[in-house]
Design a protein around this ligand. Structure first.
Ligand code: AKB
Length: 313
């Protein structure tokens, strides 16, 4: 059985469906702290900060793989640093330790571009750049990457990890991140509202389309073990853009769309992150290659969201 924690989240929602398509409906157990009732298959409420609760489910379902997506993201993290630290680090340690004790075969751990800080190169940030993040989320991800490597080296637990850029998708909403604007902007455009952006017009950040993010995860987890040579985490890149560039791309199809800029505390977070990352290692080790650019992302986002909003009327 494959267990997904944080299955209600932006990535969890779509990854759970993709895993079911690949491995079968009855082979994937979705879990989160609440049941939103929109899961068609197996679902369990799990608070991954509770070691016993997690272990009970792993034993009950004979779990062999865990995709541990539950986490508090960068912006929300800054509003409650201690709680975010506790949730992000405790849940990962529980997942790793439960996996070790119950002979789980593989664990996926999502890291982030948030591991980088001011002293890493801004453009094409290499995989092995200095990691000096300034958000509690980023600190917890650096910590998590090192724990992942520790469990691999010390206990031979097959933990694999990606540093996700901001994920852009139409199927689910992000929550609590700094890159969330890049989803929200499309929703506002489609419903005909102006968009108030919490980042400055020229803030360039690495992003990835959800289909690429899900495919990268499944490809990394499916690669033969000898190809996984980085046990902290792999940079993966999709595309980099600024709010102004997305707005201009949207305006090609919706010329009346307007954007205004009202930077808030999230600007400081974004200013410390890379503008683009170098994913040569992922390309070389397990053949990673993104498919989507800003233009194709915009076409799909506008088309799919128009359909969704039409259906909702
Ligand atoms: C966030 O903005 O916090 C996340 C991330 C880049 O990890 N989307």
């Amino acid at each position: 059985m494959i267990l997904v924690t944080g299955a209600n989240g932006q990535l969890g929602t779509v990854l759970t469906i993709a895993l079911k398509e690949r491995y079968g409906n009855d082979k994937v157990l979705a879990s989160d702290v609440i049941n939103k009732g929109n899961n068609t298959g197996l679902f369990e409420i799990i608070d991954a900060t509770d070691f016993n609760a997690l272990q009970h489910i792993v034993k009950k379902y004979k779990v062999s793989q865990i995709y541990h997506l539950a986490a508090i993201l960068s912006a929300k993290g800054e509003q409650n640093p201690i709680l975010s630290w506790e949730i992000n680090t405790k849940t990962l340690l529980n997942v790793l330790e439960v996996s070790r004790l119950n002979k789980v075969e593989k664990v996926f751990y999502p890291s982030s571009i948030a591991v980088f800080g001011q002293n890493a190169p801004k453009e094409n940030t290499p995989n092995n750049s200095i990691l000096d993040p300034e958000t509690v989320y980023g600190i917890s991800k650096v910590d998590g990457e090192n724990w992942a490597q520790y469990y691999y080296k010390k206990y031979n637990l097959d933990v694999r990890s990606l540093r996700y850029p901001g994920v852009v998708g139409y199927q689910s909403l992000p929550g609590g991140g700094t890159t969330d604007y890049a989803v929200d902007i499309y929703h506002k455009a489609v419903i005909g509202n102006a968009f108030s952006c919490f980042l400055k017009a020229d803030t360039k950040l690495p992003m990835i389309f959800i289909d690429d993010a899900v495919r990268a995860t499944i490809e990394l987890m499916g690669a033969p073990e000898h190809q996984i040579k980085i046990r902290t985490s792999y940079n993966i890149s999709g595309v980099s853009f600024t709010p102004k560039e997305v707005a201009e791309e949207i305006q090609k199809q919706l010329p009346d769309f307007r954007i205004i800029y009202k930077p808030d505390f999230r600007q400081d977070i974004a200013d410390n992150w890379p503008e683009s990352v170098d994913d040569t290692k992922a390309q070389e080790h397990w053949n990673w290659k993104p498919k989507y650019n800003l233009s194709t992302i915009t076409d799909i986002m506008l088309e799919k969201l128009k359909e969704q909003y039409k259906r909702a009327i």
